[in-house]
Ligand binder design. Structure first.
Ligand code: BG6
Length: 477
């Protein structure tokens, strides 16, 4: 049975700040990723006040893709990719974010990259904002808490839509826009929205405000993109972590429902143009004074996304507290419990291939839009054998199990799926920890957590396995 569409998009996914390096090359400005130090497994990355001497900022060099992209693209072609998901670093185009004119050297870099890809039959799939907004917008405007940032983003989006209108068809607006539903730590708010919460401020209210402005900016970008090229396909990008009830206790079941609502309203606003009723009521009851205008609501209505792009790595499980408030407010750090029925990775991520099928069905039922799996993968420590090879059967097995479930969602459940781009198919800097040693790649990059290494590329066993998967359009896993 042929399960996937003939024009299925088989690719690999990365983000500019995690692989390009060249953090000051060609007039690039400082981004939020440039002020994040290296962390470790279980140790958070620190956000410094600007770039400080003596600190280790792994994104400054990445894997030097900025200088090595031509030979990397040759490897991508050998792997058989027909698409490549990356982001455009906002700071290469508008180094500070609020300039009137774009930076030509930055625009030229992406012209050259896209030309190199297209020459090999690889379509670029582009995220506009992937955890790398200009740091200047954080310092001067407070990040996305400020309505003015909408216009700066729209300028950036318009510039790149115009420039690459004949080279790029598939776009996404904000990467994992819903990570900030976990607003209690500093990481998600900073990477999603360039927001640092001041002492005494209500982080939750700030998150709702920033996310609202992003949804408005996303809708404006969708409208403008479609005017520039009606063939554009512009998607949302949602971090999908299905949240299961820990037991059949109705309180746990309702907790899981509320948790799903709290994490996925972002998709609802982008896909339907409406805020869900529960959220409007919740914000009202909480007394948040949010700047959400009638004009904004019109914009959301007329800038609905064309498809849902999403990442999938794991599922989680939640339970109700003993004294649960009537709101059943979801608090990620408190409400999650370990699901003993599935294994976990070294980084504590629950491995649940069937959760991918569940997620695909859930999205389809909710929004009736085409889906695009734009991230999936297994972060692991790889060990070189005596000949310098990596036999990453654990990665192959993770990917195989997930692709099997993805195919079932298509062939048995009728989900409309555009493509699959595994994350970090070339080793790169981890977003969460800044490590190199948390590797997702099919292509190994010789660099360690301290920045040592030749940066030489080599093929792991998973490279040859995925090459065959693509060649058979997913038939032979
Ligand atoms: C997603 C992001 O959260 O997951 C990527 O879109 C990130 O930027 C990926 O790298 C894997 O997470 P991590 O923390 O292992 O790099």
């Amino acid at each position: 049975m042929s399960q996937l569409r003939k024009d299925f998009l088989w690719g690999g996914a990365v983000a500019a700040h995690q692989l390009e390096g060249g953090w000051q090359a060609g007039g690039k400005g400082v981004s939020v990723a440039d002020v994040m130090t290296a962390g470790a497994n279980g140790v958070e990355r620190r956000i410094t006040d600007g770039v400080k001497p003596g600190e280790n900022y792994p994104n400054h060099e990445g894997i030097d893709f900025y200088h090595q992209y031509k030979s990397d693209v040759d490897l991508f072609a050998e792997l058989g990719l027909n698409c490549f998901r990356t982001s455009i670093a906002w700071t290469r185009i508008y180094p500070n974010g609020d300039e009137a004119e774009p930076n030509e050297a930055g625009l030229k870099f992406y012209d050259d990259l896209f030309d190199a890809l297209l020459a090999k039959g690889i379509q670029p799939v582009i995220t506009l904002s992937h955890f790398e907004m200009p740091y200047h917008l954080v310092k001067e405007y407070g990040g996305w808490r400020n309505r003015k940032v909408i216009q700066f983003f729209v300028n950036f989006a318009t510039t790149v839509f115009e420039r690459y209108k004949d080279k790029v068809k598939y776009w996404m607006t904000f990467n994992e826009i819903n990570n900030q539903a976990e607003y209690s730590g500093s990481f998600a708010l900073f990477t999603n929205s360039g927001v640092k919460v001041a002492p005494g401020e209500n982080a939750e209210a700030v998150m709702y405000q920033a996310a609202h402005y992003e949804c408005v900016a996303s809708a404006l970008a969708v409208q403008i993109g479609h005017q520039i090229n009606p063939d554009f396909q512009i998607g949302a990008m949602i971090a999908m972590v299905p949240l299961y009830p820990a037991s059949p206790d109705p309180r746990d079941v309702f907790k899981a429902e509320r948790a799903m609502q709290a994490r996925y309203w972002f998709a609802e606003v982008q896909a339907t143009g409406y805020y869900p009723a529960w959220l409007t009521k919740y914000q009202e009851n909480a007394g948040f004074d949010l700047d959400i205008t009638l004009e904004d609501r019109d914009v959301l209505q007329s800038g609905k996304v064309d498809y849902i792009g999403f990442s999938y790595y794991m599922s989680n499980t939640v339970h109700a507290k003993k004294n649960e408030p009537d709101s059943f407010k979801y608090e990620e750090s408190v409400d999650q419990v370990r699901n003993e029925t599935v294994p976990i990775s070294e980084w504590g991520w629950q491995i649940d291939p069937m959760g991918l099928r569940y997620a695909m069905n859930w999205f389809t039922d909710c929004f009736r839009l085409r889906l695009f799996i734009v991230e999936n993968g297994f972060g692991a420590v790889d060990k070189l054998d005596a000949n310098g090879h990596i036999h990453d059967d654990y990665r192959i097995s993770y990917l195989r199990d997930h692709i099997e479930q993805m195919k079932l969602a298509v062939a048995v459940d009728g989900v409309d799926l555009m493509g699959y781009t595994p994350w970090g198919f070339i080793d790169l800097v981890s977003a969460g920890t800044g490590q190199m040693s948390k590797r997702y790649g099919m292509i190994y990059v010789d660099k360690d957590d301290d920045g040592n290494g030749t940066l030489a590329r080599s093929k792991k066993d998973s490279f040859y396995w995925f090459q065959h998967v693509i060649a058979t359009n997913g038939e032979d896993l």
